[in-house]
Ligand binder design. Sequence first.
Ligand code: ADP
Ligand code: ASP
Ligand code: MG
Length: 402
Amino acid sequence: MSLIVQKFGGSSVADNERIFNVANIITRAYNQGNDIVVVVSAQGDTTDELIEKAVSINPNASRREMDMLLSAGEQMSVALLAMAIEKLGYPVVSLLGWQAGFETTSTYSAARIKRIRTDRIKKELDKKNIVIVAGFQGINRFDDITTLGRGGSDTSAVAIAAAMKADLCQIYTDVEGVYTADPRKVPNAVKLEVISYDEMLELATLGAQVLNNRSVEMAKKYDIELEVLSSLKQSSGTIVKENTNMEKMLISGVAKDCNVARISIIGVPDRPGLAFKVFSLLARKDINVDIIIQSVGREGEKDIAFTVAAGKGDEAVRVLEEHRAVIGETARVIKDEDVAKISIVGAGMESHAGVASTMFEALYDAQINIQMITTSEIKVSVLIDKDDADRAVSAIHSKFFD
Ligand code: ADP
Ligand code: ASP
Ligand code: MG
C-alpha cells in the first residue's frame, strides 16, 4: 500500500463531467489499495471571476478580504468533488486548508507554508477515507485565512507530499506533461519524459505556467519526485526529479513571460554608487528587479534600464521620481509594458558554446529586435516587443527542435 498525493487543477474540475472524470481517477487509485490525499483548485475560471467581482465592489480591497473571498473557490470545488465521490459509493471527506493543518506566514495573497499539522489528514486516512484538501489556502497566526499566490495549489500538493512522506505526488492538469514550449501555442512542442528540478524551476519561473515555481522549489528541497500528467487522457506524463546521470538535453524548453515592465532612467549622473542607490531604493520597497543594463557613460551621464514584474511598474516609477536627489533633476524615467521576456532553459548549455547565438539567430531570421539580454548557467533570456512574443517562441523553438 502506498500513500499517493494527487493534485487536480481548475480545468480538470471545470464542470460536472470533469468532476466525475476526476472522481474516477481517484477511486481507481483507491481501489488499488492506496491511501489517497487529493488537492484541488477552484473550478475553471472561478478565481479570476471572484477577483473581478471584488474589483467591481472595491478595486482597493484589503488583501485579507481578498483571501477570504478567493479561498471560497477552493471551498466549492472540494465539496463538489467529495459529493461526486460519495455518489460513486466511496468514503470521502473534504477539508479546507486550516482543517488540513496548513499553517502559513501572515502575508495575505502571498503566504508561505510554514508547516502542516497532519494529524487530521492521518486520522481520516486511518478511517479509510479519501481526503480532499482545498489547495492554495491556509491559516496564519491571527487565525485568518491566507492564500499562497496564483497557481498555489501545486505548492499545497507538494507540501502535503513532503509532510506526509508520500510515495508518489501526481500533478494532473489539462496537458499531458511538461513540453518543450506551451503546447497550446506551439503545436510541434515535444513532451519531455523527464526534467530536472533546476530546469523545471527555471522554466516555471520564466513563464511556463504548468507548474508553480514554488512547488518545484519545495519538491527539490524535500526530494519529492513529481509526475505531471493529464486528467483528460491516459498517457505517461513528465517526471520532475534530480537527474544526476541523465544525458543533459541542450535545451529543455522555451518559455514566455508577458508579465514584465521595462523601466528606463535616461541621463543619470555617471558616478560611483549610482546603481547601489537606485537598486537599494527599489529593494526597500520590495520591488524585485530582473534584467539590468547600463549604457557606457557619456559626458558625465549614462542610462540604466531594468525590468520588474508588470504589477510593480508604476510603483518603481513613483519611487524613482520621489528620489530626484539620487537620479538627478534632469533624468527621465520611462515605463514600457509592451514587452515580453522570452527564455530558453537547458542544463546542456553549460557545456556547449553557441546556444545563445543560435537563439539570437532565430530572432534575427524572424526580424525580431532584442532590447535586453541576460544569461545564467542554464538559461538565456531576452526582452522583446510584446507583439512579437508568440512569433519569437515559435521561431526559437523551431531552430532548436525541428
Ligand atoms: P492547472 O489548472 O491544472 O493548474 P495551468 O493552467 O496552471 O493548469 O497550467 C497548465 C497550462 O500550462 C497548460 O494548459 C499550458 O497551456 C500551459 N503551459 C505553459 N508552458 C507549458 C509547458 N512548457 N508545458 C506544458 N504546459 C505549459
Ligand atoms: N485557484 C488558484 C488560482 O487560480 C490556485 C490554483 O489554481 O492553483 O490561482
Ligand atoms: Mg496551475
